[in-house]
Design a binder for this molecule. Structure first.
Ligand code: ADP
Ligand code: MG
Length: 235
């Protein structure tokens, strides 16, 4: 079998002395779409941050194409092809849309690619980041990460607080990126139904551990698992 793109082995991380992840083991194949779900505070953002190198490691390893990357700073991981769109939608509010994108540019990526994906950003290219609506800020945050040409795109609750029509537009973009085989995607979402509808595989986190995983279509139909770990029924 081909080497996984990303391989986590007994990963234990946190913030300073506080350990949050209690031993996460997970392999992700190139081209896979993974939905990472679970209640608030279970460690989803911490897991994405740990893959990116933003947390304190207490033990275990992260490997990228078979090579350990535990010693690498976040920008070095980005250069290898790891991309994170953080839950906080980190954009530069005082820079224009275009300047934000330029700040993320690497390799042969072009602004036109971003604008082709998000025509709205082209219309707004001279506007300051702080003047954008929530949906536009999220588009910019996604587009800026894509300017780094990631092979792994990690999306942390990209739909949070956005209107349904904006959510549909963003999901269509993620669908397009994944379908074109450009990226492997880890999608963290509270909207479990949308996330599992998009993904091949669903992973449920609880208190810093993986408590359930399986084909997304099966997880989606497992009412008792969803009830137990998310406290919701999805129809
Ligand atoms: N920067 C931080 N410093 C200390 N503790 C944090 C920090 N960020 C998150 N935590 C704690 O880590 C735990 C997991 O948080 P998080 O990964 O954000 O959960 P989720 O994304 O699943 O909602 C929570 O108990 C949270 O309070
Ligand atoms: Mg989070």
């Amino acid at each position: 079998m081909a080497e996984p793109l990303l391989s986590l082995k007994d990963l234990r991380t946190g913030y300073g002395p506080t350990q949050i992840l209690q031993g996460i083991s997970l392999d992700i194949r190139e081209g896979e779409r993974l939905a990472l779900i679970g209640r608030n505070g279970v460690g989803k953002s911490t897991l994405l941050g740990s893959i990116m190198g933003l947390t304190t490691r207490h033990g275990g390893t992260v490997a990228w194409r078979g090579q350990g990357i535990d010693g690498l700073a976040p920008h070095k991981r980005a250069a290898l092809g790891l991309g994170l769109v953080p839950q906080t939608r980190d954009i530069f509010r005082s820079l224009t849309v275009e300047e934000n994108l330029i700040a993320g540019l690497r390799g042969d990526a072009t602004l036109e690619e971003a604008y082709a994906l998000f025509p709205r950003l082209k219309e707004r290219r001279k506007n300051g980041g702080g003047q954008l609506s929530g949906g536009e800020q999220q588009m910019l945050s996604v587009a800026r990460t894509l300017m780094g040409r990631p092979r792994l795109l990690m999306l942390d609750e990209p739909l949070e607080g956005l209107a349904p029509v904006i959510c549909d537009g963003l999901m269509a973009v993620f669908e397009r990126l994944a379908a074109e085989g450009q990226v492997t995607v880890i999608l963290v979402e509270q909207h479990a139904e949308m996330a599992l509808g998009f993904a091949d595989r669903g992973v449920i986190l609880e208190a810093g551990r993986i408590v359930h995983e399986g084909p997304a279509s099966e997880v989606r139909q497992d009412a008792s698992v969803l009830e137990r770990y998310l406290g919701v029924g999805i129809s």
